[in-house]
Every structure is written in C-alpha cells, then in structure tokens.
Design a protein around this ligand. Structure first.
Ligand code: GLY
Length: 288
C-alpha cells in the first residue's frame, strides 16, 4: 500500500444500454446515490477495494439496474443467473463468480473469494462457497421488469487517497440467454481489470463482443500513452472486429477519470476529491 496521500477518484456505471424516458430518473438517481455513498467513504479514507464493493452493492439492490436479485433479467428458462467480479489493483487479487442464483449480492460472494487461491467459481461451486460463507438463498423473489430494450451490467472503479485502484462489476447477463451462458463480467482483461500502476477499468455491453476483443486489456494498452477518455475511445473502436455495443469506465494511475460508450445510453456517475458527484445518461451530457 502506498503511504503518500493523494487525490481520490470514483466512477460507477449502471449499464451500456437504451434507457427508456420513463426510466431516466431512476437511472440517474440510482447512480447519484451510489456515487455519493462512495465519495463519503473515500473522503473518510476508506480503501478502494471496500468502496467498489459498497458502491456495487447499492447498485445491485436497485431494481433499475440489471444486477443482483432485484434488477437482474432472466435467461431462456426464466431463471436469474448472475455473474460478478472484483479486483484489487495493489495485489492483483481477483474474486469472480458466474451463474450464481438466489443470492442478494453476488459482489459480496466475489469479495470473499478475493484472498482465496481460486479466483473464479461457477454454478454449483459458487453456490457451495456462498453457503459455506453464510449467505442465505432468497427463493421467493420476482424477476425485474425493464422497459428499456437491452439491459446491462453495473460496475465501479475507485482510486483511494493512498493511490490504490480497485474495480467491481456485477450483472444479470443478457435477457433470454442460453442457460449457463457467461459473458465478459467475470473474465479478467475482458469485463474488468485493475492494477494501481496501469489503471482500473470496468466494461458493460455485449459480453461476447467484449470478450472477443479483450476490451479491458486493450484499454490498459492505450492508456499508457493517452488520456483515459481517448484510451476508452480507441479501445471501443476495436468493436468493429466483433460487432456489439459496449461502454467503459476507467481511472488512470494518476486518478484521471475516463469513460465512453457505443450504446445509445450509458448511465454513469463520477466524483473526485473536491468535485461533487454528477450523473449522466450519455457522454455528450458531460460536455453541456
Ligand atoms: N456485459 C454483461 C454480459 O454480457 O453478460
């Protein structure tokens, strides 16, 4: 852990997707709530790994977003299967789960895997691990209803006062997807990555396209030489090779924030030391 105190930075997203007019307010307010809570923690000196988990928990709880038990979409069999991942940019520890069911906060299960030898558990193995760690299955829940066509992931990247980066990402996957289908979210270098010396990044969008081009990894390559906004843009152009929609949120090692998307909307909240939280539903709003 770095000892020198420096500026904190925070960015979170609620999915690269279409946002129907009647869902705009909920998307914006949900991001503001999550970013405000994360900002308070970072200002008090919390570590980025705790902050990204806390922010994603708030987003998982909110039915406006496709993550957690209350907002996730269902697969072809009408079942909610969720994926989540978390990464500590100081140690490169990873915790990821896929195909987990009936758990309120998949990100909490991923977090408990963070310091284990295994980095990624799926299906029955993930459920067994969650049970061993004391998580209860919640069986009487109803699937969320979203009016927006296409509905994606939530994620958060944070840099704390000590210069440490962390990332957390969580999703209910794609509506009507094959049972057992896993997208980019639990795949390091695809849906997420954090290294305090290289940058932190969380993706959202069509998981198969994101995985094919290793979107998070490409961002880290570009951000060595340019502003993270530009690095996001460059990485997203690679979707031409694997067509699909996506968005990225990112923080460079010096705390500079970047984000962008190819989807019609991308619900994003940002804050940094001395700068109050803001929420946007598309990148062009930031420049207004
Ligand atoms: N980006 C989420 C998924 O494709 O599962």
């Amino acid at each position: 852990m770095h000892n020198i105190k420096t500026n904190w930075a925070l960015i979170a997203h609620g999915g690269a997707k279409d946002i129907a007019p009647d869902e705009e307010l909920a998307n914006r307010e949900g991001l503001m709530e999550a970013i405000a809570a994360g900002s308070t923690l970072l200002e008090k000196g919390a570590h980025s790994i705790d902050v990204v988990e806390a922010v994603v928990k708030i987003l998982e709880k909110n039915p406006a977003y496709n993550a957690g038990l209350y907002g996730s979409v269902t697969n072809e069999d009408g079942i909610i299967e969720m994926d989540a991942s978390i990464m500590d940019g100081e140690t490169l520890d990873i915790g990821a789960v896929a195909g987990i069911q009936d758990i309120e906060h998949p990100i909490m299960v991923a977090r408990l895997l963070l310091r284990e030898k295994a980095i990624f558990l799926v299906g029955d193995g993930a459920a067994k691990f969650a049970k061993e760690k004391g998580f209860s299955r919640i069986l009487n829940h109803s699937p969320a209803k979203h009016n927006s066509p296409g509905c994606d992931t939530v994620g958060c990247v944070a840099r704390d006062k000590y210069g440490a980066l962390a990332v957390a990402t969580s999703t209910g996957g794609l509506e009507g997807a094959k049972a057992g289908r896993v997208g980019d979210v639990p795949l390091p270098g695809c849906g997420f990555y954090a290294d305090s010396k290289r940058g932190g990044v969380s993706a959202s969008g069509d998981g198969e396209s994101i995985a094919r081009i290793m979107l998070a990894s490409e961002f880290l390559y570009f951000v060595r030489d340019m502003h993270p906004d530009q690095a996001v843009e460059r990485a997203l152009t690679l979707l031409e090779k694997a067509p699909g929609e996506a968005g990225l949120i990112a923080i460079a090692p010096d705390g500079t924030i970047g984000w962008g998307h190819t989807s019609p909307n991308f619900a994003v909240g940002v804050a940094s030391e001395g700068v109050k939280p803001s929420a946007y539903l598309k990148k062009s709003e930031e420049k207004l």
